[in-house]
Write a protein that binds this ligand. Structure first.
Ligand SMILES: Nc1ncnc2c1ncn2[C@@H]1O[C@H](COP(=O)(O)OP(=O)(O)OP(=O)(O)O)[C@@H](O)[C@H]1O
Length: 631
């Protein structure tokens, strides 16, 4: 969010999108007031030794509780110490200890919240237990106990308070992460081969950054209040000038010299108030930035649509035609043979040459009553290099579950109940495995197996530019420099028919149209020169004319690069147009498999006949396929 909001970017329509959160903050009078007060306190704290005319503990016993004059501009306290000097030194201690408290709370709450939210499972359960225990502790009593055990150190008290308040960061982070961890762009990053640490650092952390900043403003205010409260009760270190200690001294003499109480109270009230106001102002600035970027997105889309309707269309589409496509460089990476992982059995002899071989695959989900619901049952097919295999079937027939089994992206609760999957001569699901082995598939995903998803927009992270999302996987996977990756990304964008690659490279996802976003994802899938591409209904989210262009593009790229492709679709027209062989699925089972030409000419299974009949022109449209008995 913040990245998006603070980084200027060139939009698809050529305009510069500028949504600077800091500038918005400065336009808000409350934000300006809060910033000025906090800066003043900071200057007072940092330059205390220079600004303060006296040492914090220098006492002029002849001048107790004096009113302000030329020497002591805010007067003196009960021991004749200069109030202004003590306020300045107090600002140092008070602000530093509040920052220490926030730092401790963040250091504990943020990483644990990120891990618990992202991975869930045992760590989530265990950390929730610890958090519940911490939250049930009576904070003040714990602090009093710590004070009794370790003495009146403000640092110890603030470290302890930081630990006690860390659950607020944990919960904030955990819930923010949970809300995005299943977003398609996070899956897309996983498929692109990024490690969990990179995904958390780049895609997830950006979501929690803004709430953490706002929370920290509030926590610093609370820490100052708690710390001063303890010192006001006389539990602080009287040898250190903090605002709480000063408050305590002033309160004892409130009837004799109320001004002694006034100054530390004013400093505290102003600082805490400014922190709360700053938090609110940041939140408002971020919300305004969101609204602004939304408007700009709409404007950009309108401009793109306008351009698409105009003469720009022919230029854009011309780029995809054979003559205009920049020839893709020949595959530089030699085809790496997958090595069987130690402890994994060798694949059946004579099957090693298949790029992918799925054998009697069964996928199921355990149910509450102890049974397992099979969603893929006894499915076998193979894909060779250079061929496109379509998986076709009505909604819910198990196409995506089959594709996700190859990608290793099944949900945690899914089980492989039967069969095997092998990729390039090595098992990714070996006999007797009940899950896809994440380690085995992780080494392939993004490098040798790429994925083109259904919904282009949801698969691009809104917080990063298109260019960044193309360059990062290439730098990691191909071990090339950023400059090389950028040059490659620009070429890929041109290859997939994007008319102005430089502009699209610098644009955020909301600044490109759906068709462009799908081309970007295709460019991303091609970028690491995979051996296999799995395209899951790659044209479903696009309008009809763009669908045809994207299919043309896929066919052209696949032919040129000689990859294997699995195309998941419910549309036999797409299969007829693009595929060499087809696998027909119904209710999780494979009903028919073979060369597209044969199946189109003489479909043997009644379900295939029904599917084909439903797409033939001149017939009454049919919306249901229920006439064929479920198997
Ligand atoms: N997490 C899950 N838990 C239980 N059942 C699931 C889960 N995910 C999918 N299924 C079931 O698996 C079956 C096959 O789903 P799948 O997504 O593979 O269908 P599909 O053929 O790809 O359909 P569509 O074209 O609509 O995407 C469906 O009945 C679905 O309800």
């Amino acid at each position: 969010m913040t990245t998006q909001a603070t980084s200027p970017a060139t939009g698809q329509n050529g305009t510069v999108v500028r949504s600077n959160v800091f500038l918005r903050l400065l336009k808000n009078p409350l934000g300006v007031t809060a910033t000025v007060i906090l800066l003043a306190m900071l200057v007072l704290a940092v330059f205390a030794p220079v600004i303060a005319p006296f040492d914090q503990n220098y006492a002029n016993l002849a001048k107790p509780m004096a009113m302000p004059d030329g020497v002591n501009i805010l007067g003196t306290d009960s021991a004749g110490r200069d109030i202004f000097s003590r306020l300045a030194y107090g600002a140092q201690l008070t602000l530093l200890s509040a920052l220490l408290c926030a730092a401790v709370a963040i250091a504990i709450g943020l990483p644990t919240g990120l891990i618990a939210g992202y991975y869930g499972g045992f760590f989530d359960t265990a950390s929730n237990w610890v958090v519940s225990i911490l939250m049930s502790l009576p904070g003040l009593i714990v602090l009093l106990t710590i004070r009794a055990a370790f003495g009146p150190s403000v640092w110890t008290a603030m470290i302890a308070f930081g630990i006690l308040i860390s659950p607020s960061y944990f919960r904030l982070t955990r819930s923010a992460v949970q809300s995005v961890r299943n977003e398609l762009y996070v899956d897309a990053a996983r498929v692109a081969g990024l490690s969990d640490a990179s995904i958390i650092g780049r895609h997830i952390f950006s979501v929690v950054r803004a709430p953490i900043i706002i929370q920290t403003a509030a926590v610093c205010g609370i820490a100052i209040a708690i710390q001063s409260g303890l010192e006001f009760l006389g539990l602080g270190d009287p040898s250190k000038a903090t605002w709480g200690v000063m408050l305590n001294d002033g309160f004892k003499n409130v009837y004799l010299a109320p001004q002694v109480l006034l100054w530390p109270a004013l400093a505290m009230a102003l600082t805490i108030g400014a922190l709360v106001l700053l938090g609110n102002a940041i939140r408002d600035a971020l919300e305004d930035a969101d609204k602004a970027s939304g408007k700009k997105a709409a404007a950009a889309s309108a401009a793109v649509i306008g351009a698409a309707l105009g003469s720009a269309t022919s230029a854009a589409m011309g780029a995809t035609s054979g003559a205009d496509v920049v020839p893709h460089q020949a595959k530089v990476r030699p085809v790496a043979k997958s090595r069987p992982v130690a402890g994994t059995p060798a694949v059946a002899e004579g099957t090693e040459h298949h790029l992918v071989k799925v054998t009697h695959l069964g996928v199921g989900y355990p149910q509450a009553d102890g049974t397992v619901k099979k969603v893929v049952d006894d499915v076998s097919f193979h894909v060779d290099r250079g061929e496109i295999v379509g998986i076709v079937g009505e909604s819910g027939s198990g196409k995506s579950q089959t594709a996700f089994s190859i990608l290793g992206l099944l949900p945690d609760n899914a089980r492989i109940v039967a069969g095997t999957i092998q990729f390039d001569g090595a098992y990714t699901v070996a006999p007797a495995d009940d899950r896809v082995d994440e380690d085995r598939v992780r080494r392939l995903r993004g490098k040798r197996i790429a994925y083109i998803p259904q919904e282009p927009m949801s698969n691009l992270d809104p917080a990063f530019t298109v260019g960044y999302q193309l360059v990062t996987p290439m730098v990691r996977v191909l071990k090339i420099t950023k400059a090389e990756a950028k040059a490659r990304a620009l070429k890929l964008l041109a290859d997939v028919g994007i008319p102005n690659p430089d502009r699209t490279f610098a644009a955020y996802p909301h600044e490109v149209s759906g068709g462009m976003a799908q081309r970007v994802l295709i460019a991303g899938a091609m970028s690491c020169e995979p051996d296999l591409i799995i395209a899951d209904e790659p044209t479903t989210a696009l309008d009809v004319t763009v669908q045809a262009e994207v299919l043309d593009l896929l066919r052209e790229l696949q032919g040129r690069l000689g990859m294997g492709m699995v195309l998941v679709t419910h549309n036999f027209g797409v299969v007829a147009d693009l595929c060499d062989r087809v696998v027909v699925m119904q209710n999780g089972r494979l009903v028919e498999e073979g060369p597209v030409r044969d199946i189109l000419r003489s479909p043997k299974d009644p379900y295939t006949q029904m599917l084909l009949a439903s797409m033939l022109e001149g017939k009454e449209p049919r919306t249901q396929l229920t006439k064929v008995a479920a198997r």
